[in-house]
Design a protein around this ligand. Sequence first.
Ligand SMILES: Nc1ncnc2c1ncn2[C@@H]1O[C@H](COP(=O)(O)OP(=O)(O)O)[C@@H](O)[C@H]1O
Ligand SMILES: [Mg+2]
Length: 270
Amino acid sequence: MAQIITFGNFKGGVGKTANSTMVAYELAKKGKRTMLIDLDPQGNATNIFLKTKFNISNDLFSFKSSLMSSIEEENLTNSIINITENLDLLASAPDFSLYPRYMEKISNYDERVKYFSTLIKPLENKYDYILIDIPPTISLITDSALYASDYCVIVMQTHEHSFDGAKAFLTYIQEEVIDLYKAPRLYVIGILAVLIQAGAPVDEATIINAQNEFGKENIFDTYITSMQRIKRYGVTGITEGSMHDTRVFDVYTKVTDELLSRINEVESYE
Ligand SMILES: Nc1ncnc2c1ncn2[C@@H]1O[C@H](COP(=O)(O)OP(=O)(O)O)[C@@H](O)[C@H]1O
Ligand SMILES: [Mg+2]
């Protein structure tokens, strides 16, 4: 059964999409059967992965079915696109923003939150890891992703607002998703720091604040530094082969190894 991992923070532009796509890509390279679910109607992760697919195979993809129609058909498989070996994408589209309204047909909010986890259940035995990229707002979409997840990685940019976003997100997970909606498995596996500029005073101050606030052991030992190449992947899709790519992959190999060892540690208690 797949482990389901959401990358979150209630703040846009902090690196949720960059990190979820890169970690998914890296997991697949390690031979893990991986799917990324793009639950952001803006479809940034979808865009990055479709370009990545084109880089690899020159394939232009046309959708069989939008995520919203697949949900209405109660079968998500028509929205799954294979990107590269071991890597699938459950693609988003703008009409997914209608999901909260569509779900109003279920009157009880707790039941609405649970529904998405029942939709992905049939996919879980096809993958080792399912990663979820979410939009930056509190909504039924984020609640559904967190409810369905085993783990959450909180992405925190070393920027005051992102730090506050990470704090708010953690409180929300505990008070709403776990206590109120009774998410069956959700566990915060760690906070991933994305440095604005390695060595800058703001980075160091935010990291020290975060260590005091969340506990040093809850912050990933590997930091993501700011790399122009990561920004470029947003435009070109993920590429491999140049020295700049190698620098990015070196970091993501470390982050992914650390993620897996953190998960192993938790699983070994159970
Ligand atoms: N480590 C990084 N170095 C440089 N640019 C980055 C890095 N991480 C993310 N970015 C860029 O910052 C912007 C916001 O990141 P994104 O992952 O889309 O954030 P979110 O999904 O949280 O809104 C994007 O243009 C992305 O390419
Ligand atoms: Mg995003």
